[in-house]
Design a protein around this ligand. Structure first.
Ligand SMILES: N[C@@H](CCC(=O)N[C@@H](CS)C(=O)NCC(=O)O)C(=O)O
Length: 214
């Protein structure tokens, strides 16, 4: 039995749901018992992190650690390459998402609500996001991974690109998208499980973005 503790709007939950869909893994998604940040949840998941997973009573937190575990536990649809150096390159790409691009997007959260919008801060985060997109474009220029396969490292980017576009449309975010990143985004969205998750995820995004309205 596989349980994922998650909240619908979380980027890292959506990232993990793409992997679960693509691998065809059956699971149940539950809200954190006692609520996000509660003592009850921390008794199960000491870090309080979401997402977290319970698999046959084994607990694990952090989306990337969970993704790596699921790759080992459910290898039928591989989402990491077989060759050692290609696997390392895939992990390098995941890190660019989890430690650079997504944190730059997360830096916008305090300014999403119309009441707390700070246009200078939004501009500053837009520059940080563009810098990460430029780094991704450079990485894509020599990316050795098969472009026709959906890899573990692709899942986070698909979700974060959707958020960047949503913030461009709602809070005046200005970002320069390198051509290579636009093509990469289109390629990711052509994978059926990515497209399905982005459709299923949109109501949670829209509900979060309500606070951006005057
Ligand atoms: N690197 C983490 C980031 C996940 C994350 O930021 N989760 C947020 C909720 S959306 C969280 O749990 N924050 C509270 C905490 O870490 O205590 C992952 O991949 O799981």
């Amino acid at each position: 039995m596989l349980t994922i503790y998650a909240v619908p709007v979380s980027v890292y939950n959506a990232k993990l749901r793409i992997l679960l869909r693509h691998k065809g893994i059956a699971y149940e998604e539950l809200p954190p018992p006692g609520g996000y940040g509660s003592a009850e949840y921390k008794a199960i998941v000491p870090s309080g992190n979401l997402p977290a997973m319970i698999h046959d009573s084994f607990m694990l937190a952090d989306s990337e650690a969970i993704a790596e575990y699921l790759e080992d536990a459910f290898p039928d649809v591989p989402m990491l390459p077989g060759e050692m150096q290609l696997r390392a390159k895939a992990r390098e790409k995941s890190r660019l998402h989890d430690t650079r691009l997504e944190p730059a997007v997360r830096g916008l959260y305090p300014y999403v609500a119309h009441e707390t919008r700070d246009i200078n801060a939004v501009k500053r985060q837009g520059e940080a996001i563009t810098k990460s997109l430029d780094a991704l474009a450079l990485l894509l220029a020599s990316d050795p991974l098969d472009p026709n396969t959906l890899w573990m490292c692709d899942c986070g980017f698909a979700v974060t690109f959707a958020w960047i576009k949503a913030f461009e449309a709602t809070i005046g975010l200005k970002v320069t998208w390198p051509e290579a990143v636009l093509s990469y985004d289109a390629r990711l969205r052509s994978h059926p499980e990515v497209a399905k998750e982005l459709i299923a995820y949109k109501p949670a995004m829209d509900s979060y973005l309500e606070k951006a309205k005057p």
